[in-house]
Structure formats: structure tokens, C-alpha cells
Design a protein around this ligand. Structure first.
Ligand SMILES: *Cc1c(COP(=O)(O)O)cnc(C)c1O
Length: 367
């Protein structure tokens, strides 16, 4: 870890990322395994994560927009880079220049690409029940039976892959399957991380895991022991003592029930340590009323009072007297505080937590 004046630091374990990809690849059976590296590879740094995955053998990358694709193209020679948001006039030149494959999501995008791109490859997205991106099945069939060049990939996206028992999964899986004869000979893709765990009927030719690569559990499947990729920590700036009955942080929302020792740390909501993970004073959060925990040497320490823009207080009363000092680092997520726990304490999901980590972290990469 380089010496840095930053009061937050992020370690990204690229070997763990690679191991998670191999796990998804193996679970994908005979399907090729791609990787969703949109939103800067879920906040982990796409310029590091994507080439590492390419080195592991990944050849199919999914980004959100042409800007992300353009940034990655020089780092990912000899790979397919699919742009999930599709294409429109202002993104057209960049899509061509960087050899990106737009995922065509509407009849309008299909007409635009097929009318302008000289039979360059594209993917066709069929909406099978999410009402987000994709042509309706009827529009897709009309397109496939028309005179336009055929897509190189036909895909759809599951709305509830993180809930294996949700009935919409079967509906979408069966609809996609029933459409398949209409695009015989063209590669098909349906599964995100959660979809991969739904079984071989969902894998088709290409899978598109994202969150599982970064160590997030893709929903309520049995726990599958993915490797921890992201460790975030904050520096203890000072340690103070306070008396029972006193209060901590803005709004005096948390009153101390005992004499306490408080570690004041250099992380706040500007760093994506969400205010909703505060130890108190968040009326809308009911699932995790006590708020987030940090960890120090495996010991868990709760957030005290409201998280502020740049600072957060932790209750370290239960640590040994000499157990914590200015300059120590408290884990916000990592080996002790799982990504899922940190997200849950903020009333959100792993995806949002990772992609909102701020710019102040000193980042380091291993593996
Ligand atoms: C983000 C995304 C993925 C990856 O989803 P995870 O749940 O992170 O595995 C796959 N396909 C599409 C269309 C996406 O938008």
C-alpha cells in the first residue's frame, strides 16, 4: 500500500476477481463466460479489472455506453465489447471508431444501426418481461424476418434472477426459449450472475456476470463463497472519550448509554459511506436499525450517530484500552464486514454501494 495522505483506502484483489470469473465460467458449463464491466467495473477500476479478466480468457465485455467502450478498447484488443445502452446518432462515430458492438434495444435503434452501419455486427435485445431495454418479441421477430443483416447475438435480461423462486424467471426463460427457433444459428445470451445460478437451461451460448465477479452474492441463492475483491478502509483521525448521556454527531440523534470511547474516522457520505448507514437518526431505515459496523482486527465496531460528509464516528469502547490509536485503519467492507452486510446497513444493495464509492480513496491493486 503506497503512503498517502488519503483517509480512505481501497484494495482491489485482482486475483480474487480472476478466481470469481473462473468460477462463473465453470458454472456456465458449455457457454462462453463474458463480464459486465460497466460503471468502471462496478467501481473497482475497469482499466485494471477488464485487462485482468482478458488475461484470464474472457473475450466478451459489456459496458453501459460508448464512452466506456472507447476507454477500454485500447486495453482489450481482440475482444468483443458490447454497449448495453445501444446506439444513437451522437454515439455512432465512436461506436464505429472503437469497433464496439451496440446492443440494439428498440425498433428505432435497429433502423438507425442497420440503415447506417454497413452490416457491422450488433446484438439484438429482446424484452421478455422487464420493460426496460429491448424490442418486444413481435418487433424482434419482424426485424429478424426482414431484410436487415442478422445480429451476431440475441439477448434478453432477467428481472428477478436474484430470487430463484420468483415466477417471472420461468416466464422469461420459457419465452426466450420459444423465440430461439426464430434466430437459429445466432448466439443467444440470457444469464447475468443470478441467472448463471438458475441452471444450465439459462446459460445458452454466452453468460454476462457482473456482481459475482466483484464478490457480491447474486441474491438469495445458496451462499456460494465468492472471493472478496474489494476492501475499503478508513483511517482513525483521533480517539476521544465521552460520558453516558452525552450525544454524538449532528442532530444529537444518538445518546450514549454508557461511558464510551469513540474513534473519529476520515470517511463520510462523500466517499459513498452512505448517510443512511448512520448509527441513529435515519427514520426510514427499518431493516437494520442499528446501522453499519466497521471492523478492526476482526472485531466489529458500530457506527455512532450520523455519518457526516467527511467523518464518521465508531464506538470502540469494547476494544482493549490500547486496542486502537490514531493512524489505525477501520475496515468498512472486506474480510470481516461483507459487501452484502455493508450494503444492507445502508439500506441498499452491493451494486449501488460499489458504484458510489467516491474519488478520494487511495486505490491499490494486488494479484
Ligand atoms: C448489468 C447487467 C448484467 C450483469 O448483471 P449482474 O447482476 O451484475 O451479474 C448483465 N446483463 C445486463 C443487460 C446488465 O445490464
Amino acid at each position: 500500500m503506497p503512503r498517502s495522505a488519503a483517509t480512505t483506502r481501497l484494495s482491489i484483489d485482482l486475483a480474487a476477481l480472476a478466481a470469481n470469473w473462473r468460477k462463473m465460467r465453470d458454472l456456465s458449463g458449455s457457454a462462453r463466460c463474458g463480464a459486465a464491466v460497466k460503471a468502471d467495473a462496478y467501481g473497482t477500476g475497469a482499466d485494471q479489472a477488464a485487462p485482468r479478466l482478458a488475461r484470464e480468457g474472457c473475450r466478451d465485455f459489456f459496458v453501459a455506453d460508448a464512452n466506456e467502450g472507447a476507454q477500454l478498447r485500447p486495453l482489450l484488443p481482440d475482444t468483443r465489447i458490447y454497449v448495453l445502452n445501444g446506439v444513437f446518432e451522437e454515439a455512432f462515430a465512436q461506436t464505429l471508431a472503437h469497433d464496439l458492438i451496440p446492443v440494439i434495444n428498440s425498433a428505432e435503434q435497429a433502423a438507425f444501426w442497420c440503415g447506417n452501419a454497413d452490416a457491422r455486427p450488433y446484438a439484438l435485445h429482446i424484452d421478455t418481461g422487464m420493460n426496460r431495454m429491448g424490442l418486444t418479441p413481435a418487433q424482434a421477430l419482424a426485424h429478424l424476418q426482414g431484410s436487415a443483416p442478422a445480429p451476431c447475438l440475441v439477448m434478453s435480461h432477467l428481472a428477478c434472477a436474484d430470487e430463484p423462486d420468483h415466477p417471472l424467471n420461468a416466464t422469461q426463460i420459457e419465452l426466450f426459449e420459444s423465440l430461439k427457433p426464430q434466430f437459429a444459428g445466432i448466439e443467444a445470451s440470457l444469464a447475468n450472475s443470478g441467472g448463471i445460478f438458475l441452471g444450465s437451461g439459462v446459460h445458452h451460448d454466452l453468460t454476462r456476470p457482473g456482481i459475482a465477479l466483484y464478490g457480491g452474492e447474486p441474491g438469495s441463492h445458496r451462499p456460494n463463497r465468492l472471493h472478496t475483491v474489494v476492501t475499503a478502509e478508513t483511517r482513525v483521525l483521533l480517539v476521544r472519550d465521552a460520558k453516558a448521556g452525552e450525544t454524538v454527531s449532528y442532530g444529537a440523534a444518538q445518546q450514549l448509554t454508557r461511558d464510551s470511547r469513540i474513534a473519529v474516522c476520515g470517511v463520510g457520505y462523500a466517499d459513498g459511506f452512505h448517510r443512511s448507514a448512520s448509527g441513529a437518526g435515519v427514520p426510514l431505515r427499518s431493516a437494520v436499525p442499528q446501522g453499519a459496523f466497521g471492523a478492526l482486527g476482526g472485531a466489529r465496531v458500530p457506527v455512532l450517530g450520523k455519518i457526516t460528509m467527511d467523518l464518521t464516528m465508531f464506538d470502540v469502547t469494547d476494544l482493549p484500552e490500547d486496542g486502537i490509536n490514531a493512524g489505525d485503519w477501520i475496515e468498512l467492507m472486506g474480510a470481516t464486514i461483507t459487501l452484502e452486510e455493508a450494503a444492507g446497513a445502508a439500506g441498499t444493495i452491493s451494486y449501488e454501494l460499489l458504484t458510489s464509492l467516491g474519488r478520494r480513496y487511495a486505490r491499490s491493486y494486488a494479484g
